[in-house]
Design a protein around this ligand. Structure first.
Ligand code: HEM
Length: 468
């Protein structure tokens, strides 16, 4: 616990056994803890130290240093620092956990999967599933009955990603026993025991390696492997071709660029990274729209006007024209970035310019995205939901590294376009059909569920819909 003192960085003192953020993930969400510490340290240098259990980690607070990490010195900070063996956890051999040349090769192969042409191909699938969500919601809206909307959005995005990443029609809406939903719950709502296991793997890599502990439990691994095996066999035997991510991965298998395990791990990461993030953006956007009816009215007017210009059809091109929708989407991710911190690891010592400080090799870097997005210095009155922060003029006035919902640089979110599209389709269809209202169970102000991996409202998101 003298580690940061010896290296001249200010730091949050650590204690055995949980280090310097003992409440994170247990009684408070990590974003609350990091925001509190960030506020104490942001004016005391470009970064401060913390201890995750006994592991020293560094939290950069200066946007210029964050730019160095994400972009200018990417070769020093390209790793995430998770080294889980294939034997311990075959599903963790995906893009997000790969390092070095392996990551570079895989990223370049998978980038084709997320080109705008490929995403346009999947547009009809997303629209069809979104229509199912609207049909499901209609009877509730007719009675203006309160509804837990996070679960509805999760079902929508799980159906989309099961369709696009596994080619499977998952019947999730109103069906809590659906296997994909159960699998998702296991991953994103870990028990206290699973939380401690995760912290152990991150803090004591060698212990994880020695005991062959992986991120994913047997149940999740068996389920995903079974789904991938069945889909692959069915499509190969019946020569089925579809417009989805799975097809693109299968095509790479045919040319020898992917193995079965690669397909399983990468379909899994699309599932993992794809449904919870987008459904959370829908959750927080509709919460703010319910509380800010003037913004909701303006957004609905824009949506209806643009769609009228496109002969009443929601098309890919019409969505690209909706400027205010983009501002609302960006402001939702500003106030609630969902992935509230981002991780990097240094591969060698890195001297910080204009200081005597050196980031040692193998340091895990925690970029405190939620704290930066809610810093008064960059966003005046940060608790206010204000899409005007995202006019072209206002964006130009800010340091670009104070807005990081998808990160920046070569390791930015590969699914950004797809995630944005499915979220916007969801919002457009909701606003065309319903007025979104708060109800007696809506949490005001927002409280985050302590043990959720990403930001998630405590007790779910209760809202009312009124048919238009
Ligand atoms: C609005 C929705 C989404 C948000 C807010 C989001 C956010 C992020 C963030 C913050 C990262 C980490 C970037 C970094 O550390 O530099 C990331 C990485 C990633 N995301 Fe997303 N994401 C979203 C949707 C998606 C979707 C739909 C997919 C796939 C279908 C996806 C796949 C990935 C993958 C594979 C990575 C790892 C990239 C790499 O390491 O090269 N994401 N995402």
């Amino acid at each position: 616990f003298n580690y940061w003192h010896k290296r001249g960085f200010p730091y949050v003192p650590g204690k055995i056994p949980l280090g310097s953020t003992p409440t994170a993930g247990i009684s408070e969400h990590s974003c609350t803890v990091f925001q509190r510490e960030y506020e104490k340290f942001k004016d005391r240098g470009p970064a401060f130290g913390v201890f995750g259990m006994a592991k020293p980690m560094l939290v950069p607070t200066d946007p210029d240093l964050i730019r160095e990490i994400f972009v200018k010195n990417f070769e020093v900070f390209h790793e995430r620092g998770f080294n889980i063996s294939e034997e311990a956890d075959p599903l963790s051999q995906h893009l997000s956990f790969k390092n070095g040349q392996e990551w570079k090769d895989l990223r370049s192969k998978l980038s084709q999967v997320f080109s705008s042409g490929k995403i346009k191909m999947m547009f009809p699938n997303v629209m069809r599933i979104c229509d199912r969500m609207i049909d499901y919601l209609m009877p509730y809206a007719e009675k203006i009955e309160p509804l837990e909307m996070k679960d509805v959005y999760c079902s929508f995005t799980t159906e989309v990603i099961s369709d696009c990443a596994f080619g499977i029609t998952a019947d999730c809406l109103g069906n809590p026993d659906n296997e994909f939903k159960k699998c998702a719950k296991k991953i994103f709502e870990p028990t206290a025991f699973e939380m401690i296991k995760l912290m152990l793997i991150i803090s004591f890599e060698s212990v994880g390696e020695f005991f062959k502990i992986g991120f994913n439990g047997k149940e999740v691994t068996d389920f995903i492997m079974k789904v991938v095996r069945q889909t692959l066999d069915y499509r190969e035997k019946n020569n089925v071709e579809r417009n989805d991510f799975f097809q693109l991965l299968m095509n790479m298998k045919k040319t020898g660029d992917m193995t079965f395990n690669d397909i399983a791990a990468n379909s899994f990461v699309f599932f993992l990274a794809g449904f919870e993030t987008s459904s959370s953006v829908m959750t927080f956007s509709t919460y703010e729209l319910a509380l800010n009816q003037d913004i909701q009215d303006r957004l609905r007017t824009e949506i209806n006007e643009v769609i009228a210009k496109h002969n009443g059809e929601v098309t890919y091109e019409s969505i690209m024209e909706m400027k205010y929708l983009d501002m609302v989407f960006n402001e939702s991710l500003r106030k609630y970035p969902v992935v509230d911190f981002q991780i990097r690891q240094s591969v060698k010592d890195f001297p910080i310019a204009n200081t005597n400080l050196v980031i040692p090799a193998k340091t895990m870097i925690i970029v405190p995205v939620h704290a930066i997005h809610n810093d008064e210095k960059y966003y005046e009155n940060p608790d206010k939901f204000d899409p005007e922060r995202f006019t072209d003029e206002n964006v130009k006035k800010r340091h670009p590294f104070t807005y990081l919902p998808f990160s920046h640089g070569p390791r930015t979110c590969i699914g950004m376009r797809f995630g944005t599209l499915q979220t916007k389709i969801g919002l457009i269809k909701l606003l065309r059909n319903f007025r979104i209202l708060p109800c007696s169970k809506t949490i005001i102000p927002m409280k985050f569920s302590p043990n959720a991996q990403f930001q998630s409202p405590l007790g779910g998101m209760w809202l009312k819909l009124e048919k238009i």
